[in-house]
Design a protein around this ligand. Sequence first.
Ligand SMILES: [Zn+2]
Length: 156
Amino acid sequence: MQDISYNKRFEYNWDVPFKVTLGESYFRFLDGLKNKKILGNICPKCNGLHVPARPFCDKCLVEITKWYETSGIVTIESFSVTYVKFLGLPDPPHITGIVRAENAVTSFLHQIGGIPYDEPKELDEKTKIGMKLKPVWAEKRIGDIQDILYFTPVDA
Ligand SMILES: [Zn+2]
C-alpha cells in the first residue's frame, strides 16, 4: 500500500489582476463614498432597500432606479475575529463582519474596528451581533469600498 501524506504543505501565490465594469448602480454607490455617503436604492415592487445599491432586486428581478442615502449606521449580523495574518488584510487581530444598513434588506462584508481590548481574545466577547456601528472614513477617498476604513461602535 502506498503511503500518502495528507499533511504535505504547498505554497501558492494568487495574484490575479482583473478589471470589472461597474455599471451605473455600483459606480454611483462607490462614487457616493467619496462624499461620505453610503447610498442604497429601493425596489419599485417590494420597496426593499438595497445597500450597497444594485441594478436589480434579487427577489423581484426588476430594475431599481430610486436612490436613497442611508444614515451610515449599520448593524452587525455576524462577524469573525482573525488572529493570523492574511495577505491584503489588516494586521491581526482584526474583525471582519457582515453588516446591514438601517432598514436594508441586504448586507455586506466589511472590517470592524475601534473596539478596545487588553488581550486579543477579548474581541470575541466585546463584539456583539446587533451592535450598531458607524463608518470611519479614509482621509483621501477615491470611490472605493475601502474609502470606509472600517465600521466602529456608534458610541466609540
Ligand atoms: Zn423587490
